[in-house]
Design a protein around this ligand. Structure first.
Ligand SMILES: [Zn+2]
Ligand SMILES: [Zn+2]
Length: 238
């Protein structure tokens, strides 16, 4: 069909019959040899050699084929995507985040440093300094980040509060149980009690599964529906 609309050449009558072996008439129509190996020998398809050579000389291909990149050219077997690895001890996260500065205002602390659990980037959330424009709307750093990192879906950890936030679709979001628990098996959202917190692999795996199975928008919709107070939060400013 593409060939037809590109060149305006009508397809041969044979191809319009239903139930025939269409491979040969199709190859004929496309001016291709029926034996694929002929594509790569000079007599069968002389123009093919030129196409291959031109493709090999493309700068993007030269970079891909360079020695430094050779390991990355083919990734096989394909690995299942994973959320980032988190430290066992929550205080480690607090320590790391204490060094984080707002990237826009030099030398100042970020009010709500927030870790993207998809790529590991720390963002200066809920603050005017790092707002961005997204399709004519002003949104916070995290919401803007979801568009480059997760096609509009994001999983974030507000480190100073130990609060886990799910975002989707520019103005929707909800909280989710963070994967850090104290010795009594309880979360400490807001870090009010201040007991040492440790990573709970089980909970983190659960979150990972929700993310992998594209369950985040559904989880958000579900929570927004059942909890009115969540609707009053300006998720797009996060
Ligand atoms: Zn990210
Ligand atoms: Zn900032």
């Amino acid at each position: 069909m593409f060939f037809h609309f590109l060149n305006g050449i009508a397809s041969p009558a044979e191809l319009q019959n239903v139930g025939i072996d269409e491979f040969e008439p199709l190859c004929q129509y496309l001016a291709m040899p029926t034996d694929l190996s002929q594509l790569f020998d000079n007599e069968g398809a002389p123009q093919m050699q030129t196409i291959i050579e031109r493709w090999c000389q493309h700068p993007a291909i030269t970079t891909k084929m360079s020695v430094e990149n050779q390991g990355n050219l083919v990734r096989y077997p394909l690995e299942v995507n994973q959320l980032i690895e988190l430290p066992q001890d929550y205080s480690q996260l607090i320590n790391t985040i204490s060094l984080f500065m707002c990237p826009k205002s030099s030398g100042s602390d970020s009010r709500a440093p927030t870790l993207c659990l998809v790529c590991g980037e720390t963002l200066c959330s809920q603050s005017y300094c790092c707002q961005k424009e997204l399709d004519n709307d002003i949104v916070g750093a995290c919401m803007a980040h979801t568009y480059t990192c997760g096609a509009g879906v994001g999983v974030f950890l507000r480190v100073r509060e130990c609060q886990l936030i799910l975002l989707s679709g520019k103005n929707k979001g909800c909280f989710f149980t963070p994967p850090y628990l104290d010795d009594y098996g309880e979360t400490d959202q807001g870090l009010r009690r201040g007991n040492p917190l440790h990573l709970c692999q089980d909970r983190y795996r659960k979150l990972q599964k929700l993310w992998l199975l594209h369950g985040i928008p559904e989880e958000i919709a579900h929570q927004l529906e059942s909890n009115n107070s969540l609707q009053t939060i300006d998720w797009q400013n996060l």
